[in-house]
Design a protein. Structure first.
Length: 160
C-alpha cells in the first residue's frame, strides 16, 4: 500500500569511499550522481533504504507546487526531450502536468504511468551554495545531509 506523502531524495555526496552496500542502495533508488533527485512514496521499505543512505542524501516531503515545477523544468523523456502538456495529452489520460501532479500526490498515479519518463531528475548545484557547515554534516546542526522535512522544497527551488 502506498502512503499519501511523497518524498524527494537528493544525492549530495559523491562516489569516493562509498561502501558497497550503500552504493547498491543508491543505485536501486537511481541516485547514481550528485544532484540527482527522485520522488518516491512514503512506505516502510523505502524508509529502511533512506536510513541506510542517510549520510549521502538529503530528503523530505515534497509539495505539489514543487513537484509540478520539477516535472515541467527537469522532467525528461527518453531522447532528452522535455516533458510537456502536449506529450501528456497524447500518451496518458492526463491533460496537463498540473493534473498529473495532483493525482500523483494523492497516490492515484505513479511516475511510471508516463511512458518513457526518466525516473530521475537531474538538478543543478544550489544557487548560492549549500548551508554554511557543509555537505558532511547533518541538517539538524546546520549542514546539508539527512531529513529536512518541508524545507526540501526550498532546496529543490534553488536547484531547479
Amino acid at each position: 500500500m502506498t502512503g499519501k506523502k511523497r518524498i524527494a531524495i537528493i544525492r549530495i555526496r559523491g562516489k569516493v569511499h562509498v561502501r558497497r552496500g550503500i552504493e547498491d542502495t543508491l543505485n536501486l533508488l537511481n541516485l547514481n550522481h550528485v544532484n540527482h533527485c527522485v520522488v518516491i512514496d512514503d512506505r516502510r521499505e523505502y524508509r529502511g533504504m533512506i536510513t541506510k543512505i542517510n549520510d549521502y542524501v538529503t530528503w523530505g516531503e515534497v509539495a505539489q507546487e514543487t513537484l509540478e515545477k520539477l516535472l515541467e523544468t527537469r522532467g525528461k523523456i527518453i531522447g532528452e526531450k522535455k516533458l510537456s502538456d502536449e506529450y501528456l495529452k497524447k500518451n496518458t489520460a492526463y491533460s496537463s502536468i498540473k493534473d498529473f501532479a495532483a493525482d500523483f500526490m494523492a497516490a492515484k498515479a505513479e511516475l511510471k504511468d508516463i511512458k518513457d519518463l526518466k525516473p530521475v531528475f537531474r538538478l543543478n548545484p544550489p544557487r548560492k551554495g549549500h548551508e554554511r557547515v557543509g555537505i558532511k554534516h547533518p541538517y539538524s546542526i546546520g549542514g546539508v545531509l539527512g531529513y529536512r522535512g518541508e524545507k526540501i522544497n526550498e532546496l529543490i527551488e534553488k536547484m531547479i
